[in-house]
Design a protein around this ligand. Structure first.
Ligand SMILES: [Zn+2]
Length: 113
């Protein structure tokens, strides 16, 4: 089982759905669905806070509270994801094994396992 393109060794491979056998999708844990947007929001809030410290009189209280709340939510989502991680790994592995046809996004090479 290889997780990279046999032609150009790129790791940017995508499963190809065949007519008789549709591509299997991995089960994405709900914690990951929350974690990713929360990380983006946290990053945005931190960037805004730093910008306000640099160019203004410091971050406002509302912004500080929002940052702390989002940080706590991110930590909780992170812990939940950590707990879901073993299941997610198994799901990803069966997903990788269930798909027999793959396509490389870099060189468009298609191959079968
Ligand atoms: Zn390739």
């Amino acid at each position: 089982m290889q997780y990279q393109c046999p032609k150009c060794q790129s790791r940017k491979i995508i499963p190809v759905a065949s007519a008789n056998e549709p591509a299997v999708r991995p089960v994405v844990p709900k914690s990951l669905v929350f974690l990713i947007p929360l990380l983006f929001i946290l990053l945005l809030l931190v960037v805004i806070s730093i910008a306000m410290w640099l160019f203004g009189d410091g971050a406002g209280q509302t912004l500080q509270i929002a940052t702390v709340v989002v940080f706590i939510a991110t930590v909780i989502a992170g812990l939940l994801f950590w707990r879901d991680l073993p299941d997610f790994k198994i799901s990803m592995q069966s997903f990788m094994q269930a798909n027999k046809e793959w396509k490389c996004r870099d060189c468009n090479h298609q191959w079968k396992i």
